[in-house]
Design a protein around this ligand. Sequence first.
Ligand SMILES: *Cc1c(COP(=O)(O)O)cnc(C)c1O
Length: 335
Amino acid sequence: MVMVKAYGYGLGPIGLSKFLEEQGVDYLGVANILEGVEIRKAGVKLPIAIMKPELESFDLVIKHQLTPAIFSLTSLTAFVNTIKTLPVDKNFNIHLKLDTGMHRLGLKMDELDEVIKSIQQYPNIIIESVFSQLTSSDNYEEDTFSFNQIKQFEKMAEKISTSFNYKIDKHIANSNAIVRFPEAHYDMVRLGIGLLGFSEDKTTNGVLKNVAVLKTKIAQIHHLQAGETIGYGRMGKVTKPSTIATIPIGYADGFNRQLGNGNWSLIINGKSAPTIGNICMDITMVDVTDIECSEEDIALFFNTKESVLSLSKVLKTIPYEVFTTISPRVKRDFI
Ligand SMILES: *Cc1c(COP(=O)(O)O)cnc(C)c1O
């Protein structure tokens, strides 16, 4: 399974899903129902798991042949109420999400008897898989906790599997667990950030390549005199004759406003061009006084793993958020 939630980790869910379908991936995963609907409507035929389906919209899950993760007794009841009214000769597949320590979403050990009993009353509900999520697959210091989660998962999966007379798949590994816990691959793994080239496993990280580049072009160049100011609130001021380039990317594109006033530099013709003044909704100005450049030259926001990591440090976050906050209006090209 590849996770294509959150706008396909920012890469663009439809282009990414079609690419993955061509590459022979077995399963796609998203967080909510409308993400799945959008991908299905684009013509993708792969099974799509919905990790946190909205309980009032199970009709859309069925209409668009999505596979919901049932994560609580309440979500099971909502699903059962939806399919009760539908023909019984049709099977409805689900995944069961188990809480093994994350305490985010998932069924607990002491709820399993009730879940099993309830599902056994509906032979047309098929448990395709049981799964769980590790809290710390990226953190070597928490390996004992991870191994305990894996042990608990096996216990819970066993209890469910032995209650039904068909095979139920198991999966628990996200990207870092794929490389760090091969013994926990079971029947499927769920790849996310690893697809974009990031891993906390040093050997793997060295092999994986960055896949995403965010770039734009200089829209206009201004030659300013000492004392002139730039942008809203006149936050940018030049103290000497300066050349300023206007770049058509702003906070509404995911160029976080905190990166203004020199807190980030775009790369133009191989050189650093620091932001000057406030970042606007659609536009940012950078200082190119010491860079030879012209209008229409390429400006890179990020282009390497190192640049994504340093951007995530400046923003006090992680690469996941850097990618997923690139807004949908930024054009995605798949090469
Ligand atoms: C997002 C997600 C993943 C992928 O996580 P990565 O750390 O990006 O590999 C795996 N499983 C579930 C349930 C998820 O929500």
